[in-house]
Design a protein around this ligand. Structure first.
Ligand SMILES: Cc1cc2nc3c(=O)[nH]c(=O)nc-3n(C[C@H](O)[C@H](O)[C@H](O)COP(=O)(O)OP(=O)(O)OC[C@H]3O[C@@H](n4cnc5c(N)ncnc54)[C@H](O)[C@@H]3O)c2cc1C
Length: 403
């Protein structure tokens, strides 16, 4: 096969691995660069719920809904048994406000052609045997097409697919990008901590929360505004807990109940998160441990099978949160040779976004579906964000040094 272009993809999380696999399949000569180990960034600890359950506005809902379908299509061709879990999602609301919001959401989603319905307690118990009966006033909804992904085996398979099409993975110091340049009329160059200099026709940055630092290296500081994740009180970090063992009847569904979100995790564990656990990268260890135990107590109140369970692992994990909360995908103003893709909901979106990104890079034709997500929407100060943002007033944290 003739190698048409040399393409460097920075970051081997779920998004970069997906983009690398798609580009390699087209015949591009792909080098995937990873500062640590593949799949060990945000993707590793993600709840990894594939959904468009509460995403707005409508075009962003549609983008995420397309994300669900893209994983369902890819799974049979990529050993989906190892990573694709089309388990469906149950949501329980208890308060009056919660019930009203859930009923309105189910109505809206149904109107948008998204499978969702309210169910009674008997059907909820049939769908999820481990669910403790919610109170008599509770309302339950069922979202049958939603899924979760096991990101580590998925990313392994995406990288193996890229490699089968000729891609090279550089990881650790060999893969840590420390310089990005493009002299006029010359191919962009990518420098690594290992001292290598790679020339490329295309450079795609999928470095998740570290993307603003890489944009700054390319001389485009401030063009990728993410919610500042390393300041005290930032909303970007979240506490993730893994607990087990679960016996005898482990839950099989995704479950959202008051104060607790959970899903099965390999090794007989549950993955737990909560909507209201205010932690950040400065929270003391003892407080994290205390909050992790509290999540397990909430899970016990929601599902059976956790009598013997203990907290096995916990981690503060950081969402890459664009300032206006929707994806940033495309060429950077002021450094058009650098294409970036950074998003929350990256697990939901990676299969679908990567198909569009590869098509744009190969054909040069802009994708109409990606038009609302271009980085140039942040030019000027008019975009909506009331939070502290990297690149506007706050410097980007240094490019990734840890693994
Ligand atoms: C608690 C939590 C729950 C979430 N739940 C969901 C959910 O239910 N559903 C959903 O769709 N999304 C969810 N998300 C968001 C989702 O996990 C992320 O959007 C997604 O994992 C981002 O993937 P990524 O590949 O862009 O980034 P990452 O997985 O962070 O990968 C980026 C990679 O870039 C590498 N890198 C950084 N700097 C450099 C450099 N200089 N050189 C080379 N490599 C570099 C990093 O080492 C890293 O491996 C959640 C996030 C969190 C934190």
């Amino acid at each position: 096969m003739v190698r048409l272009h040399r393409c460097v993809v920075i970051g081997a999380g779920v998004l970069g691995a997906s983009v690398a696999a798609r580009l390699a399949e087209t015949g591009m000569h792909v080098t995937l660069m990873e500062a640590g180990q593949p799949g060990r960034g945000t993707s590793r600890w993600s709840f990894a719920w594939v959904n468009s359950n509460d995403k707005g506005p409508r075009p962003y809902h549609d983008l995420n809904h397309a994300g669900l379908r893209a994983w369902a299509r890819l799974a049979p061709a990529l050993d989906g048994a190892a990573w694709y879990r089309p388990a469906g999602n149950l949501e329980v609301a208890a308060s009056a406000a919660g019930r009203a919001e859930l009923a309105a959401r189910v109505r809206r989603l149904t109107g948008w052609g998204y499978p969702a319905r309210l169910i009674d307690a008997a059907e909820a118990a049939q769908i999820e045997h481990a669910l403790r009966p919610p109170g008599p006033d509770a309302m339950t909804a069922w979202f049958p097409d939603e899924a979760y992904l096991l990101t580590e085996p998925l990313i392994e398979r995406l990288i193996a697919r890229a490699a089968a099409h000729g891609a090279t993975l550089l990881a650790g110091e060999q893969g840590r990008v420390t310089g990005l340049d493009a002299a006029p009329g010359r191919a962009p160059t990518v420098r690594t901590a290992g001292g290598a200099v790679l020339a490329a026709d295309q450079v795609v940055c999928c470095a998740g929360r570290w993307t603003p630092g890489l944009a700054a290296l390319a001389g485009a500081a401030g063009t990728v505004p993410l919610v500042a994740w390393n300041t005290p009180g930032s909303p970007a970090p979240a506490l993730v807990v893994r607990a087990g063992p679960v016996t005898p009847a482990a839950p099989v569904r995704l479950l959202h109940a008051p104060g607790i979100f959970l899903r099965p995790h390999p090794g007989g564990l549950l993955h737990l998160e909560a909507p209201d656990t205010p932690v950040d990268l400065h929270t003391p260890e003892a407080e994290l441990r205390h909050r992790a135990d509290e999540l397990l107590r909430r899970a016990r109140r929601t599902v059976r099978g956790l009598d013997e369970a203990r907290v096995v692992a916990y981690q503060v994990c950081v969402r890459p949160l664009p300032a206006d909360e929707v994806s940033i995908v495309g060429r950077l103003p002021g450094a058009g040779w650098l294409y970036v893709a950074v998003t929350h909901s990256g697990v939901t979106l990676a299969a679908h976004l990567s198909r569009h990104i590869a098509a744009e890079l190969v054909s040069g034709e802009p994708s109409a579906e990606l038009a609302p997500y271009r980085p140039d929407r942040f030019a000027g100060d008019g975009y909506p964000c009331s939070r502290e943002v990297i690149g506007r007033g706050l410097p980007a944290p240094d490019v990734r040094r840890d693994s």
